[in-house]
Design a protein around this ligand. Structure first.
Ligand SMILES: O=P(O)(O)OC[C@H]1O[C@H](O[C@H]2O[C@H](CO)[C@@H](O)[C@H](O)[C@H]2O)[C@H](O)[C@@H](O)[C@@H]1O
Length: 282
């Protein structure tokens, strides 16, 4: 049963995706990015927390669905803590795919499975402060240490975050390449991490694992486009999918909203959508 509060996707594929979720929720997966989608963007990544209604909305929705997952660039354990996802009734089967799918936390076990430190990341973590000094990175450029699987360089707190970001692109690509890493660009952040997995690879594998009949994926940033591509590919092969952009601020990458079937205003809009879906299914 549809709810009056459910927004209508603007594409036929999106409308099919929503219809499939509502018709057969027991086969549907809802997968969401963390920063910018479930959690409002803030200047300090350590201060990011899920929207106050996020865990509650997910916990209302999850019992009706095949699965709920969070797919994030964060270490899985960090997303679990900042999301307040552990021990929430209804979220006892939640899965968090962290580090773009390299790590996995399962609510069932409470454990994180990680491939462990990557030697290239270990080397870059040591080299990066001196490297940024040498290339004259803008004042306010800041290194986020994400453990052994990635290191992120942020420009949000510089005087000109766009210029500081552009100035870093090439040198960081060269540094990453010299250590067998890749650069994942995001909102005023360039992340150096091992290649081989992305949100699309991780999402597609998870959907196969749970034998999903349909999927809703929501994201806000460039790293989410790989997951969008995975859903677009599944749609070509008969699995219905709804792509949701969490957008609406000047810094939201336009590519995300352009590719989405439905755009909602940031984490507030995402939580309202989850609640509307739960209303429709209850
Ligand atoms: O895949 P996500 O869940 O979206 O995580 C991607 C990166 O997000 C974080 O950075 C972003 O959020 C910060 C806190 O709001 C913000 O300050 C920063 O400008 C954004 O780019 C995080 O810090 C990264 O490690 C993640 O890779």
């Amino acid at each position: 049963m549809a709810s009056a509060d459910l927004p209508a996707p603007r594409t036929p594929e999106g409308r099919d995706g929503l219809a499939a979720l509502l018709a057969h929720p027991e086969r549907a997966v809802v997968a969401l990015d963390f920063d910018g989608t479930l959690a409002p963007i803030v200047p300090d990544p350590d201060q990011a927390r899920a929207h106050p209604g996020a865990a509650a909305a997910l916990s209302r929705l999850a019992p009706h669905l095949a699965a709920v997952a969070v797919v994030t660039g964060r270490p899985a354990g960090v997303a679990v803590r900042y999301g307040g996802f552990a021990g929430v009734p209804g979220l006892d089967h939640l899965v968090v795919l962290g580090h773009y799918g390299a790590e996995r936390w399962d609510a069932r076990s409470g454990e994180v499975h990680t491939p462990g430190a990557h030697p290239g990341v270990t080397a870059v973590r040591a080299e990066l402060p001196g490297f940024l000094d040498r290339i004259g990175a803008w004042s306010g450029t800041w290194i986020e240490d994400k453990g052994g699987r990635a290191v992120a360089v942020h420009t949000r707190r510089t005087e000109d975050p766009d210029a500081a970001f552009e100035a870093l692109r090439r040198p960081l690509h060269e540094l990453a390449e010299s250590h067998g890493l890749m650069v994942e660009p995001g909102r005023y952040v360039l992340e150096l991490r091992p290649p081989g997995v992305d949100k699309g690879v991780a999402l597609a594998a998870y959907l196969r694992e749970v034998d999903a009949g349909s999927v809703l994926y929501g994201g806000d940033d460039l790293g989410d486009l790989a997951a969008f591509a995975a859903v677009e590919d599944l749609r070509k092969h008969g699995t219905a999918g709804l792509l949701v952009a969490s957008a609406g601020t000047a810094e939201s990458p336009p590519e995300v909203a352009e590719r989405a079937d439905l755009t909602v205003p940031g984490p507030e809009g995402v939580v309202a959508l989850l609640d509307a879906l739960a209303d429709a299914l209850e």
